[in-house]
Design a protein around this ligand. Structure first.
Ligand SMILES: [Zn+2]
Length: 248
């Protein structure tokens, strides 16, 4: 069966001299591992259209055991991502994160839109990398069904206090009067507002907010801790990104 879809290439491996195997996040069929036959020729358009982080229109068919991409037309190659190590290493981590959340054979429109926008803004320097990281991590968690309860204090319903406290494991907030002594993360109210913005806004608005750099670092720290606690997984690409940024 043959389908036409569009997808973002998240991984490529050479298979022999002429073929390759790619992992692609497709709009209609979710995360696919597919063979690209005869992709390795010089000046082969199919090769560049199925290269790492290329977003392409694809013709895919399914055999008994595998998927095969027989045609590919590039739509966007995100040149700007390749400009510096920080951007490319963040793109690699975000790509690995989405690969661990998306499923095969399930429409992945929301994950695809999130990753395409993050790659676009990262490649064009529209927002700081830490902002793009925080938005992608928290919104991906929400798409996956891990939306934290951010509306108000879990115990007394207080909407805002100067500092609020997050229980990462249960994904709930406490105000400063109810926090008690358990191991909670203190968050300045500006961070709480940013988390709410990312989780609750319409998609078109989720990236657009302004914060000081130090607050952005705190935001990206908490979104990272939150998604990692939900997935119970470490990412080598995240360790590498941290090394590149000099984050301990
Ligand atoms: Zn309270």
């Amino acid at each position: 069966m043959r389908t036409n879809t569009d997808g973002l290439i998240l991984k490529e491996q050479n298979i022999g001299e002429k073929d390759k195997l790619v992992t692609v996040l497709t709009r209609h069929n979710g995360l696919l591992r597919a063979f690209v036959r005869g992709a390795k020729g010089i000046n082969n358009r199919k090769n560049s259209a199925t290269g790492m982080f290329c977003y392409s229109r694809l013709s895919v068919y399914k055999t008994k055991n595998s998927y095969i991409i027989d045609e590919a037309q590039p739509v966007e190659v995100f040149f700007g991502l390749r400009e510096d190590l920080r951007k490319i290493s963040l793109a690699q981590y975000l790509s690995q994160l989405i690969q661990s959340l998306a499923n095969e054979e399930e429409p992945s429109e929301e994950y695809l839109r999130l990753l395409l926008n993050s790659f676009y803004f990262l490649s064009k320097d529209k927002y700081p990398p830490e902002q793009i990281k925080a938005v992608t991590e928290l919104r991906a968690a929400c798409i996956a069904g891990y939306m934290p309860s951010l509306v108000a204090c879990e115990k007394c319903g207080e909407y805002e206090t100067t500092v609020m406290y997050m229980d990462l494991e249960n994904g709930v907030l406490y105000c400063e009067n109810c926090a008690g002594s358990s191991a909670l993360f203190p968050l300045e109210i500006g961070i709480v507002r940013a988390l709410r913005h990312i989780a609750f806004s319409d998609f078109e608005k989720i990236y657009s907010f302004k914060m000081q750099e130090s607050a952005l670092d705190d935001l990206a720290y908490i979104t990272e801790k939150y998604i990692l606690s939900k997935l119970q997984q470490n990412f080598k690409t995240l360790d590498f990104y941290r090394d590149v940024c000099g984050i301990q």
